[in-house]
Design a protein around this ligand. Structure first.
Ligand code: PLP
Length: 364
């Protein structure tokens, strides 16, 4: 179904045509995402405002005072801050350290477990250095021990193949606006059947309205209030486009482009690249520093002099920077997308080479 201007009904809030069309569209979005992530029941996908809300829902919905949680030392603040908040309420935490390439060895996660561990949270790929973690190995270990496993797929949904069954993922948080090519302000959480979460938000669902408590069935339990229909329609279209292109094809392309970028930057004097080697397990997020160059100045010069866009700083993931020794000033980061070209990569490498050679002028 293609969303049209007239599709302004409120899904689940009426039996008239517009509302029914809206409900169909929302269900088709769930079906498309379910196909993408090999989820057998589309109703186990709950829409949220993005990965942050999905992660908060999973983490706060699962953990109670006295519980222990394990996450990696490379997590984004969307994982780290909710966990630190819960720590003030009696949840204890352990960090699994990453190796020098930024990858978190499954063994490090296993060693951090305790008898009272109630949740393992791991990013699929670091948003700082692109390191891609072995989710299937951690999933297998978590399932064997009966510990729920939450994966932050912010950097991989739509860019790397994800199969929640094969990878033994219990909870999968994803944003709409990155690899899934949807709009900002939408994302979702997959909750495996049998995983019970407390609600984060309560309200009207258009179902069981006589019940003063939230329904216990999904997705209604976690979808109170009028949904973001334009966002969900956009996400459905983006995810369908990704399915059409093929995640495997997109992943291969992104890997080849990032290998080209990493290799090109690594060959430059005074430039240091972080994360896995060019051909290692990585996604298209590439972080580097230039000796003696302030990150913000480098970023400004890249845009001003070469029209190359990047981001400098801590990228909302201070833990990952502490782990790789860039905790004070952070890094400069390039992010590749489905429409990035070889030519774009060459332009970026030449721009960094020029800046590294002549030094960076302060000021933007
Ligand atoms: N986790 C990681 C690894 C991220 O890179 C991001 C955002 O960049 C998030 C979580 C938060 O995603 P969102 O902005 O959709 O809430």
């Amino acid at each position: 179904m293609t969303a049209a201007l007239g599709d302004a009904g409120n899904p689940g809030r009426g039996g008239y045509g517009l509302a029914m069309r809206a409900a169909d569209l929302v269900y088709e979005a769930r079906e498309t995402l379910a196909e993408l992530f090999a989820i057998s029941d589309p109703l186990r996908i709950c829409f949220t405002s993005g990965a942050t809300e999905a992660l908060n829902l999973a983490i706060k919905g699962m953990l109670r005072p006295g519980d222990h949680a394990v996450c990696s030392a490379t997590e984004h603040n969307a994982v780290w801050r909710p966990l630190k908040k819960l720590e003030t309420q009696g949840v204890s935490l352990s960090l699994a350290q990453s190796g020098s390439d930024g990858i978190v060895p499954p063994q490090a996660v296993a060693e951090a477990l305790r008898p009272e561990t109630r949740l393992i949270v791991l990013t699929h790929a670091s948003n700082v250095n692109g390191a891609l973690n072995d989710i299937a190995a951690v999933g297998k270990m978590a399932r064997t021990r009966g510990i729920p496993f939450l994966v932050d797929a912010a950097q991989t949904a739509g860019c790397v193949a994800i199969d929640v069954e094969a990878m033994e993922i219990d909870l999968l948080a994803f944003p709409g606006h990155k690899g899934l090519l949807g709009p900002m302000g939408v994302g979702g959480l997959y909750v495996r059947r049998g995983i019970v979460l407390e609600t984060l938000i309560e309200g009207g669902t258009g179902s069981e309205s006589e019940n003063c408590m939230m329904p216990d069935f999904l997705p209604d339990r976690f979808e109170s209030g009028t949904p973001n229909l334009p966002g969900i329609a956009g996400l459905r279209a983006g995810a369908a486009h990704v399915l059409g292109l093929g995640v495997g094809t997109l992943a291969q392309r992104e890997h080849a482009l990032s290998a080209h970028l990493v290799g090109g930057l690594e060959a430059l004097d005074r430039v240091r690249v972080y994360g896995p080697a060019a051909t290692g397990a990585r996604v298209g997020v590439v972080s580097f520093t230039i000796e003696g160059g302030d990150g913000e100045d480098v970023a400004a010069a890249l845009m001003r002099e070469f029209s190359v866009a990047c981001r400098a700083g801590l990228h909302c993931a201070p833990l990952a920077h502490l782990s790789q020794g860039t905790g004070k000033c952070g890094t400069i980061r390039f992010s590749l997308g489905w429409n990035t070209t070889e030519g774009d990569i060459d332009t970026a490498i030449e721009a960094v080479a020029a800046l590294a050679m002549k030094g960076i002028r302060h000021g933007r």
